[in-house]
Design a protein around this ligand. Structure first.
Ligand SMILES: NC(=O)c1ccc[n+]([C@@H]2O[C@H](COP(=O)([O-])OP(=O)(O)OC[C@H]3O[C@@H](n4cnc5c(N)ncnc54)[C@H](O)[C@@H]3O)[C@@H](O)[C@H]2O)c1
Length: 323
């Protein structure tokens, strides 16, 4: 069987995370690399191989599947060019910026007969797989959830809304996708936001109500320090609390006393703990099997829809309802 030839556009942090994984994947090979800073693609090629391309077009001519790993604002054009060239696409989050772009990309992805997967890696992380498994035996009533960041300084573009689309697109969107994965579709939300450290709204408090009746409070700060755990679910069920800490630990406290069971993943390889390994294998599976990706273009679109709904709720001071 021929190996799937992977092309990586953007060989910075996350391009290298995926590149390292595909370099070890027997069903794929890192075939082509393109970065607007050529030395970055050259440095990656030195470690894991692959042809260093001088243009996106050259990359498209030398691969079967494209990983879109450049900053947020570029995703729409890189992913669209890859679809037009008949390639399978793995698009890092965010799927797109704004409803207009997201609608366009969704239409293009749906019209393609190749795989299109979005990089919401947390769906594959053992902590969140375990949370979903535990919740499958018990209905969640409510939750207190946070997703924080220590700064918007690294990489340098993370503080520039012209590149990111806003803090919610850069970080919090991961958990907006996770909310749908764990609790289903959202019915309505109210949100408050304020601006402190960076020239954009950088602190958020949101209340979500879901179609199932489940509801939760949600906090997200861009400048909370790197206090551990910077992401956390506290889910409340019938005489039960389930808590996640980062992508490291799940604690499950059942009944009416304070005993709890802990599931810990701290000894796992980082790429496994964060779900990148499983995510990349899953992309190859869906290419080879012709099956639907585990995180579809529609999932990517819906995460963008939640980001936009939160910004709109803050701008208008009104509750936003979902269709
Ligand atoms: N799933 C995750 O957990 C996760 C983690 C980190 C980053 N990301 C996402 O991945 C993307 C990249 O983030 P990063 O942290 O790797 O950033 P980075 O700055 O480390 O790397 C981005 C690379 O893209 C290159 N680049 C910029 N514009 C380009 C273009 N038009 N064509 C080709 N190359 C281009 C840059 O030179 C840089 O080397 C972002 O969209 C980010 O949100 C996802």
């Amino acid at each position: 069987m021929d190996k799937i030839r992977i092309g990586i556009v953007g060989t910075g942090y996350v391009g290298n995370v995926h590149g390292n994984i595909y370099a070890r994947e027997p069903r794929a090979e890192v075939a082509a690399l393109y970065d607007i800073i050529p030395e970055r693609a050259e440095a990656t090629a030195k470690r894991i191989g692959g042809r260093v391309c001088t243009s996106q077009e050259e990359l498209l001519d030398n691969c079967d599947a494209v990983l879109v790993c450049a900053p947020n604002r570029t995703h729409i054009s890189i992913a669209s060019a890859a679809i037009d060239a008949g390639k399978h696409v793995f698009c890092e989050k965010p799927f797109a910026i704004g409803i207009e772009e997201a609608t366009l990309l969704l239409e293009r992805a749906n019209a393609s007969n190749k795989a299109f997967q979005v990089g919401h890696n947390r769906r594959f992380a053992p902590v969140y797989v375990k949370l979903k498994d535990l919740l499958s035996t018990d209905a969640a009533h409510s939750a207190h959830i946070k997703m924080n960041r220590g700064e918007l300084l690294n990489p340098v573009w993370t503080g520039d809304t012209n590149v990111t689309g806003g803090f919610l697109y850069e970080t919090t969107i991961h958990y907006f996708d996770m909310l749908r994965y764990q609790f289903g579709e959202i019915d309505e939300l109210v949100a408050y936001g304020s601006q402190h450290e960076y020239p954009e709204i950088d602190e958020f408090s949101i209340i979500f109500k879901f179609k199932s009746g489940f509801h939760c409070s949600f906090a997200s700060s861009s400048d909370a320090s790197w206090f551990f755990p910077f992401e956390r679910f506290e889910v409340f069920c019938h005489h039960r609390t389930i808590v996640t800490e980062e992508m490291v630990k799940v604690m499950d406290c059942r009944g009416t006393n304070a005993d709890f069971e802990t599931f810990s993943y701290h000894m796992g390889e980082e790429d496994f703990r964060r779900g990148f390994l499983q995510e990349d294998k899953s992309f190859i599976d869906c290419i080879l099997e012709g099956s639907a990706p585990k995180v579809t273009a529609l999932d990517g679109f819906k995460a963008v829809e939640i980001v936009e709904a939160v910004y709109r709720a803050i701008a208008t001071g009104e509750k936003v309802r979902f269709a």
